[in-house]
Every structure is written in structure tokens, then in C-alpha cells.
Design a protein around this ligand. Structure first.
Ligand SMILES: [Zn+2]
Length: 470
């Protein structure tokens, strides 16, 4: 054997190995994708079944609304054909649900609501009922309603508004698969900069369809923009950090602590969208300048990587753990005045611009739009008059005398009109189209404008000129 053929054999085995590895990866990926899809299908079926049940139990004022990751997944699923890291993966995500639109509707139907929760509890504690939601049985109900005493002075930001709001976690199970529901009695309407923090999380599903929660009318929160964001794997944040940090340095210590705790809470709990397949967080406002430390131990707290570091105005980076210590632990050296632990400058958060990616919109064409002859001629091969003529005969079985063709046939006239109109300016053409759609009962006399062009309003299409009976 010569060395060349040895080498070729070697290459063949290498290629084979790589191919096998790729195939294994491919199949693993497909299995994962299939599992996720089956899981999501189950979630949809169980949710519909559960919602119908809730509507039966609270028939008068309920308006069950699903929000959170379940609705985001719905859009993500559209753009997937294999499993991707985190993106569109419904496994291990609870389903968030509110039952009433507000507290007053809840109060009106409180008794029914309580009966329903009692029933859930009975079902969870008794195996003898064959009562299930698309094959899933309730195995646990726990009351997670937040009480005033559960909250410390500064902690629990993002939770304060949930005090005394009936909150239950419902666990349903079939074989080894569990689906968890986070059930809130009603929606909370609170003036809060921190709600619907990302456009991709602002969707909810109700009986009326997919609803976007966009109280400030942000552009990024319009449905097509949300679709664009999901497609681009970008989360657009609408928290106005600049406004929140306005005049930070002259604020009282108490105010500073509250703001910093809110920011730390956000960075701890909400940046996780980046581990769910999203590549970028952008904002129409300014965003916090942060990095994810992946190796170094935190020099302030000794905690291991990974963790988030945020940039201060003095250009030092401080870990979230370090910042929460500086802000809240009263024995800390820097607590009293809230200073940078590295340079002792007054602590302030640095913000930067990370604008949402542009949706490509073509600029206006400079030339006239009207030069697609063939298409336009097609449109006028059978003018309305001719169609009306035919349909009239078909229906009345005779030729109406006042609909006989004029000296110049309608088609020729329309054709000539079309040629004339193609020399018109674009503005004029738009005006004609506009007029045509605004006009209602003037069928005769304006054929010139009406016959040509881009479709005729429905009201004109079906009308037949009034014919006196013989
Ligand atoms: Zn510093």
C-alpha cells in the first residue's frame, strides 16, 4: 500500500466520523424539537380546556387572559424548524393567566372564584375523581397570595402591587409531564414604568384574539414590529432609564436606594431573555451599559462567574452583587453616601444608546408608477358596463333597450381613457383613485375615472343600471 491511498482511506474515515457526528447532532436536535412541539401542543389543548372550565365556573364577569412566555412562544414557533437554544422552548415555563379584567369584576364574582379554587383543591387531593383537562389531572394547588408581612422595606420591587391579589399555582400532570399555571385573579393596573418591559413580552391572548399591551403607543410595540423583533431575535425594552435616573445625584439616599434596587432587580430577573434565544436587547430610550463576566471572580463579593457587571458614570464596572451590597448592607463602608467602590466618586449608572434594528422601508419611487400596460389592459377587457349588460340579460332573459352599445364601444373608450390617464401625474392619479373610493351613488357620467385602473369599489361592481320594465 502506498502512502497516497493510505491518506485517502484516512480522509474517508474522517469524513465518515464527521458525517456520523453531524447526523447524531441532527437527530438529537430533531428529537428535542419534536418534544418541545408536542409539549406546546399539550399546553394549548390543556389551556383551552382549563379556560372553558373557568368560564363555566365564573360565567358572568371572567375574561381569561394568557400572557408571558406562552404567548411569546406562539410567535417564536412560527420561525422555527429545528430546536434552537432557548428560543421557542416551552418546557419549564409556567403559563401566566389572569381571570378577571380588574378587581371590581373579581369582586362581583368572588364567590364563584372561591368555589372554583376549592374544587381545584378537592381534585388535587383526591385521586378517585376521573376529572381531567385533556388528559391532565390537577395534582397540586398552592396559594401564593402575597401578604404585606411577606415584604421587607425595600425588597420585593415588582411585587408590591401584588399584595392581597389572589394568586394560585396550579400543577397539572399526565404521565411524567407537568404543566404549571400561574393563576392571578385579576389584572393589576398600576402606573409603573416597569410593566411589559420588552415588546416581545407584551402580547396576551384572550377570547378576542391576540392583544398588545402598549399603553404608551410605542412604535416597537406595534404588532408588525413585534413580529420583526421575534424574527430578528431582538428584545426592544421600553423602560425609560433616563427618566428614572433623572437628577439621580441630588436625590435623597432613600430614593437612590429604591431606584438602584429596581435596576438591580431588572438586571437580575429580566436580562434572562438573552438565555432564551434572544441575541440583543435594544431600546427606543437609553439602556444600561452592561457586560456579562464569564471568568473572573467578583472582586467585591468573591462570587464566581458568570454574573452581570454594570457600568458606572465614572466608567468603572460593578457587579450586581457588589451593587446590591453597596446599596443595602448598612455596615458597608460605602453605604452611607453610595459611592463607587473603586474610585469613591458619587455612584451613578451609565446609560448608552442601543437603538432597535431598522426595518427596511424602500424610499418613494421618483418615476410615475403607472406604466404596467398589460396589467391595466387586462383589467379593462370586460368593462363594468359589459358585465352588467351580460348579467342583466342572464337575469332578465332579454336585452334592455337602454344598454345597447354606443357608437364608441365602452372598451375602446376605456382603453383611450387609460392611455390618457397614464400621462397624468402620480398625484392626480392618487386623487382619482381616492375619489373613486369615496364616491357612492353617481354611477353615470364619470365613466372616465371609474373604469380605469386598480379595481372598482364593490358597490359599483354589482350595480345594474335601472331598466324600465317593458
Ligand atoms: Zn469609579
Amino acid at each position: 500500500m502506498n502512502s497516497e491511498s493510505d491518506f485517502i482511506d484516512y480522509l474517508k474515515t474522517q469524513v465518515q466520523t464527521v458525517e456520523n457526528l453531524n447526523m447524531i447532532k441532527y437527530f438529537e436536535n430533531q428529537i428535542k424539537f419534536k418534544q418541545q412541539t408536542e409539549h406546546y401542543k399539550d399546553k394549548i389543548k390543556v389551556s383551552i380546556s382549563l379556560i372553558k372550565f373557568i368560564e363555566t365556573m365564573c360565567p358572568n364577569y371572567s375574561n381569561v387572559t394568557i400572557f408571558g412566555s406562552f404567548t411569546r412562544n406562539l410567535l417564536e414557533k412560527i420561525f422555527m424548524n429545528s430546536s434552537e437554544k432557548g428560543f421557542g422552548n416551552p418546557i419549564n415555563h409556567d403559563i401566566d393567566m389572569t381571570i378577571f379584567d380588574d378587581i371590581s369584576n373579581y369582586n362581583r364574582e368572588k364567590d364563584n372564584f372561591n368555589d372554583m379554587i376549592s374544587l381545584f383543591k378537592i381534585l388535587a387531593n383526591n385521586n378517585s375523581f376521573d376529572f381531567n383537562f385533556y388528559g391532565y389531572k390537577i395534582v397540586d394547588v398552592s396559594d401564593k397570595t402575597l401578604r404585606e408581612t411577606d415584604l421587607s422595606e425595600f425588597a420585593g420591587f415588582g411585587k408590591r402591587f401584588m399584595i392581597n391579589l389572589p394568586h394560585f399555582v396550579l400543577v397539572l400532570k399526565k404521565d411524567n409531564i407537568m404543566i404549571k399555571y400561574d393563576l392571578l385573579a385579576y389584572k393589576v393596573n398600576h402606573d409603573n414604568n416597569w410593566q411589559n418591559e420588552y415588546n416581545i413580552n407584551s402580547l396576551s391572548i384572550t377570547n378576542k384574539g391576540i392583544i398588545i399591551n402598549n399603553p404608551n403607543e410605542e412604535k416597537s410595540y406595534k404588532f408588525f414590529n413585534i413580529l420583526h423583533s421575534v424574527l430578528e431575535k431582538e428584545a426592544v425594552c421600553n423602560i425609560p432609564f433616563e427618566k428614572i435616573l433623572d437628577n439621580f445625584l441630588i436625590k435623597s439616599r432613600g430614593e437612590k436606594i429604591q431606584i438602584l434596587n429596581q435596576i438591580i432587580w431588572f438586571m437580575t430577573n429580566r436580562i434572562k431573555i438573552l438565555s432564551l434565544g434572544y441575541k440583543k436587547i435594544s431600546s427606543d430610550f437609553k439602556f444600561i451599559d452592561y457586560i456579562i463576566e464569564k471568568e473572573e471572580v467578583c472582586d467585591l463579593t468573591g462570587n464566581n462567574a458568570p454574573y452581570i457587571k454594570i457600568k458606572l458614570e465614572c466608567s468603572h464596572y460593578v457587579s450586581l452583587m457588589g451593587l446590591i451590597g453597596i446599596t443595602n448592607i448598612r455596615t458597608s463602608d460605602w453605604t452611607e453616601s453610595i459611592k463607587c467602590p473603586y474610585c469613591r466618586a458619587s455612584l451613578n449608572i451609565k446609560l448608552i444608546e442601543i437603538k432597535p434594528s431598522e426595518i427596511i422601508v424602500p424610499s418613494e419611487p421618483e418615476k410615475d408608477l403607472i406604466n404596467i400596460d398589460d396589467y391595466e389592459i387586462d383589467m379593462i377587457i370586460n368593462s363594468d358596463d359589459n358585465q352588467n349588460y351580460i348579467s342583466h340579460i342572464l337575469h332578465k332573459n332579454q336585452v334592455p333597450t337602454n344598454l345597447t352599445p354606443t357608437t364608441e364601444s365602452q372598451t375602446t373608450r376605456a382603453r383611450n381613457n387609460y392611455i390618457a390617464s397614464s400621462r397624468r401625474s402620480r398625484e392626480e392619479y392618487f386623487r382619482i383613485v381616492q375619489n373613486r373610493f369615496n364616491r357612492d351613488n353617481d354611477w353615470g357620467g364619470h365613466d372616465e375615472d371609474r373604469v380605469i385602473g386598480w379595481g372598482v369599489p364593490e358597490s359599483n361592481q354589482t350595480r345594474v343600471r335601472e331598466v324600465p320594465s317593458p
